[in-house]
Design a protein around this ligand. Structure first.
Ligand code: FBP
Length: 551
């Protein structure tokens, strides 16, 4: 494979580790705290996770660890959407394993959780790992979204793990994938197996976080990549002064990415889904909010601007949320019958008899292309695929109509020309920022220590992330601690609770204080490309979200 000069230079980068993980391997002991409880629905969860519920928090500390030099076989899975840094989690895990015992083996389970179900593996060697250090992507072993849910899939997973002689499985994934990790840990225990399961917090969406998981990996790099592009568009439109750019940003549910990009670039409008839901705004009111900025800027002769739209917005507008829930339930109940209907008109007829009248009439008022996107296949976890709903186009169409009406009433005299963008896939496989390279390597290394210490049902955790890396605090958080019950596929299921944007949190408040000015004035910032080499304040700075949340 021919490689770029940057890739070559990045191979040589040595990720920074928390001080405890720099200790000699036999001197990393584990300290266990008090038993823990789930965030909600504790009684039900205690029954579902009979053998793995309520374990204590684990923190690494200096001390003797008698089990760390065991010869181990571990399987690693990359699960769900790509996030920058995944390769470094694997590299950290690999290096930890080999330091513990050079005879230990790391298997890559290929193509996501299906690699475990179907026993598709590759033995990861020094040569393979070295080719992927500090690089973006999940291509070392591939990823997938298969959910391990049927009794047959659980049994097949255990069979693969036994056939390979695994001591542990590491699942690198987001909230849904780590929910799967928790279920797998419980299943293995229930079958009398001592095969351990450890998760690592991945997702560019930034919504897998809590007191002990300060951020998921990939969020830092993805936001910096999108912010570079948004800044470039800001500069372009401030030069030509003729376009409004409507930019949808990835983040399936939470608006963390949009908010972080807003803090980095200062657009004229940034919608925050959580606020839209809290205020119960209708689609029309969201459009009014955008038009407010367009009209006021036009009064100053500024017929250009930037609007940021979180990918998950539609699911937070109450009437559309209800529509999506009803569609999801109908699809879950209709099963194969629905998948066999191919024409859009027949699908609409099928739904007309299965969802409420108000929801159906909203579906009918959507432009047909957009309505079609609402009916597309759900992901294996039962979620509507919001990345495929062109909300940015829907909003531009509605804004155009509204501005036309305002013009007729002489309330608007500007010109409106809009371009739409969707930044998502562009950022998910970027070269990890120094922050993500360091964080991911530390998460992988910590996953090894958790395995070597005999724990199962834990998520690898590295905290105190706004301090320099040597002051980071490493350990593990019990997966059941983050869980609650939610409606999925038509019934209540245990899932890791998503962390949405908190409207009383520092990142949103900081945005809120500035946004009225940004709506009218041109205050764009141009963050530029991620820098990998140079002064730490340029290369190692974490996201503004992380700084504000931990200031
Ligand atoms: P994860 O939650 O698996 O990390 O994936 C997040 C995400 O990137 C979302 O932002 C986006 O909606 C979705 O994946 C897209 O999924 P796909 O890659 O299957 O198109």
């Amino acid at each position: 494979m021919s490689i770029s000069a940057l890739q070559k230079a990045r191979y040589a980068y040595k990720p920074k580790l928390p001080a405890i993980l720099c200790s000699s391997i036999g001197d990393i002991a584990i300290e266990l705290g008090e038993a823990t409880e789930a965030v909600a629905d504790r009684e039900e969860l205690r029954k579902i996770f009979r053998l793995s519920y309520g374990k204590p928090l684990a923190t690494f500390t200096n001390g003797k660890n008698s089990t760390i030099n065991r010869e181990l076989k571990v399987g690693v899975i990359l699960s769900g959407g790509q996030a920058p840094g995944g390769h470094n989690v694997i590299a950290g895990l690999f290096d930890g394993l080999k330091k513990g015992n050079p005879h230990s083996v790391l298997y890559g389970l290929k193509g996501g959780p299906s690699g475990l179900i179907e026993n598709k593996t590759i033995v990861l060697t020094d040569a393979i790992i070295d080719e992927y250090r500090n690089t973006g992507g999940f291509d070392i072993i591939g990823s997938g979204r298969t959910k391990i849910e049927t009794p047959e899939q659980f049994a097949a997973s255990l069979k693969t793990a036994k056939d390979l002689g695994l001591n542990a499985v590491v699942v690198i994934g987001g909230d849904d994938s780590n929910t799967n990790a928790a279920l797998l840990a419980e299943y293995f225990l229930s079958q009398g197996s001592d095969i351990q399961v450890i998760g690592c917090p991945k997702t560019i969406d930034g919504d897998l976080k809590n007191e002990y998981i300060e951020t998921s990996f990939g969020f830092d790099t993805a936001c910096k990549t999108y912010s570079e592009l948004i800044g470039n568009l800001g500069r372009d439109t401030n030069s030509a002064k003729k376009y409004w750019h409507f930019i949808k940003l990835m983040g399936r549910a939470a608006s963390h990415i949009a908010l972080e990009c807003a803090l980095q670039t200062q657009p004229n409008v940034c919608l925050v889904s959580e606020e839209v839901e809290a205020k119960g705004l209708s689609l029309g009111q969201v459009v009014d909010q955008i038009c407010g900025s367009i009209v006021r800027r036009a009064e100053n002769g500024d017929n250009f601007g930037i609007v940021l739209i979180p990918e998950g917005l539609v699911e937070f507008i109450p009437e559309i949320k209800k529509l999506i829930e009803e569609l999801n339930d109908a699809i879950a109940k209709g099963g194969e019958e629905f998948t066999e209907i191919s024409s859009f008109i027949d699908q609409m007829y099928w739904f007309s008899r299965r969802i409420s009248e108000p929801s159906y009439s909203i579906l009918q008022t959507l432009p047909p292309d957009i309505a079609r996107q609402f009916l597309m296949d759900r992901d294996p976890h039962g979620n509507v695929q919001v990345s495929r709903i062109e909300t940015e186009k829907l909003l531009v169409g509605m804004v155009e109509k509204k501005l036309h009406a305002l013009k007729e009433n002489k309330l608007y005299r500007g010109k409106f020309s809009a371009l739409t963008h969707f930044f998502g896939y562009e950022g998910r496989c970027a070269f990890p920022s120094n922050f993500d390279a360091d964080y991911c390597y530390s998460l992988g290394y910590s996953a090894f220590v958790l395995i070597a210490s005999g724990l199962t049902g834990y998520l690898s955790s590295v905290r105190n992330l706004t301090a320099p890396a040597d002051q980071w605090v490493a350990g593990g958080v019990p997966l059941t601690m983050m869980m609650n019950l939610e409606q999925r596929h038509g019934s209540k299921k245990p899932v890791i609770k998503k962390a949405l944007v908190e409207l009383d949190g520092a990142p949103f408040k900081t945005f809120d204080e500035a946004r009225d000015t940004w709506a009218v004035k041109t205050c764009f910032l141009f963050p530029g490309a991620i820098q990998y080499f140079g002064p730490p304040e340029v290369c190692d700075e974490p996201t503004k979200t992380l700084r504000l949340e931990h200031q």
